[in-house]
Design a protein around this ligand. Structure first.
Ligand code: SF4
Length: 453
């Protein structure tokens, strides 16, 4: 994250970057991750391990899908690149580190997967965003990035004015490379800065330092990028609200178009989790973390950013179109090892996931079989839950009228006790026909979401 997202990509162990952007809570937990994990486990159970790509039921799924799909489906595309130069100490994302990475082979497989998907889902798809996440997608050469963009255009009618984003690690880009990305069609850069404090960057195990972060930003501007997002993490070990304000000031002094701010989460299986168990990772307390949350919104609002999602801030006209699609439950297709997809044209929608294991993923695609491993058809209740907890992440909230027309019941009918209690306690409000979290209560958004699950 995404991304979900992107050195700010904590919590992406199960989900791809993008979805984790949706799911991460403002501070220190990943509610939706657990929710989806539970659903997948419930639905697919032990069967998942034995599914070989598109199983018999997947074929049924595809054929029933194509008969009920509208003439043209507008969707987003996500490319997962699961390689990094070095594994960061907090990272649980689906990525492997090394220097002799099989990038060319992986990209060829990705393109073949896109082709297979297009063959199976039909020719009526029309993409309006493309997002390169990871891992560290800025390790892909501009030439190969261009080839992927061309393939997306060919297979999925990628719009001429599509938002095309690449996540870049400041330690892996030069001005020449950034210029070549720009020339290949990338028009949005998401720079995984995480912090402007070298002490914290070292503690996180990042490959870059603060000077490189600033250099990469300046190089991106010189390369012609007019839409740059900076990703930051707060709640770092030993960090105070005052130290966090320094990071915010450094970031806004650069004048990016977009900022994503996530709280560090400690994920099982990471070196940080070990350190925490051994008492070697002292994270800021709740009060300090709350202060950081408060200062973030204050500082960024003063600097002209609109907070449009719990963790995302943009200058006018520069919201991430791609990530907004997740929160709005728009369709997207993910490609690459461990990537996730969601299409809602089949009933209330289906989510599925590619194989995580690189070899299994590649083998499946080589055999001409889509590498889908887990698939979950949502019930109307599950779709309602998603509509609310994803939509409420956005500050403009959920349209009550749209909810009723989508599900045939109002939010009050679907959640009588929950909505009465949240409204009564001043945690949510209705403004202009939209249900939203009261701004001062965004910090406890997770508790609010829980009411709807
Ligand atoms: S290891 Fe790679 S994917 Fe994980 S946080 Fe670091 S740069 Fe991002």
């Amino acid at each position: 994250m995404g991304e979900p997202p992107v050195g700010t990509r904590q919590n992406r162990g199960l989900l791809n970057h993008d979805i984790c952007f949706i799911l991460r809570s403002p501070y220190n937990s990943c509610l939706k991750l657990n929710f989806l994990q539970r659903k997948w486990t419930d639905t697919v159970g032990g069967m998942a391990e034995n599914v070989q790509g598109i199983s018999c039921s997947s074929t049924l799924f595809l054929s029933s899908w194509s008969t009920c799909m509208p003439a043209t489906v507008k969707l987003s595309l996500y490319i997962h690149f699961p390689f990094c130069l070095k594994k960061c100490l907090y990272c649980s994302f689906n990525s492997v580190a090394g220097i002799n990475l099989p990038v060319d082979e992986y990209v060829a497989t990705l393109i073949r997967e896109m082709e297979l998907c297009r063959e199976n889902l039909g020719a009526h798809l029309s993409a309006h965003t493309l997002y390169f996440g990871g891992g560290t997608p800025s390790l892909i050469s501009p030439e190969l990035v261009g080839r992927i963009i061309d393939s997306a255009a060919g297979f999925f009618n990628l719009a001429a004015d599509a938002e095309i984003t690449i996540e870049a690690n400041p330690g892996s880009v030069t001005r020449e490379r950034l210029s070549a990305y720009r020339a290949s069609g990338i028009n949005r850069l998401s720079l995984g800065v995480q912090s402007f404090n070298d002490h914290f960057l070292q503690r996180l195990g990042r490959v870059h330092n603060s000077e490189q972060a600033v250099e990469a930003y300046v190089a991106a501007r010189e390369a012609g990028f007019t839409n740059i997002g900076v990703d930051l993490i707060n709640g770092l070990p030993g960090q105070t609200a005052q130290m966090w304000e320094y990071d915010l000031s450094m970031a806004t002094d650069l004048r990016p178009e977009h900022l994503s701010v996530y709280g560090l989460t400690v994920e099982e299986g990471t070196p940080f989790a070990e350190m925490e168990k051994e008492g070697r990772l002292l994270l800021p307390g709740e009060e300090e973390a709350a202060l950081m949350f408060e200062k973030t919104a204050q500082h960024l609002n003063n600097e002209g950013f609109e907070q449009y999602e719990i963790a995302n801030f943009a200058r006018q006209g520069y919201r991430s179109r791609h990530n907004q699609g997740y929160w709005l439950r728009d369709d997207y297709l993910g490609f690459g090892a461990g990537a996730h997809s969601f299409m809602k044209e089949s009933g209330f929608g289906a989510r599925w996931k590619n194989r995580d294991d690189l070899q299994e993923y590649s083998q499946s695609v080589k055999e001409g079989v889509l590498p889908w491993r887990e698939r979950d058809f949502l019930s109307s209740r599950e779709a309602m839950e998603e509509r609310l907890f994803l939509g409420l992440r956005m500050l403009e909230g959920v349209s009550l009228e749209d909810f009723r027309s989508e599900f045939g019941v109002s939010v009050y009918e679907a959640y009588p006790r929950e909505s009465a209690s949240l409204l009564g306690n001043g945690l949510i409000e209705i403004r202009d026909g939209r249900l939203r979290i009261v701004e001062k209560k965004l910090i406890i958004a997770n508790q609010i979401f829980m009411a709807f699950l």
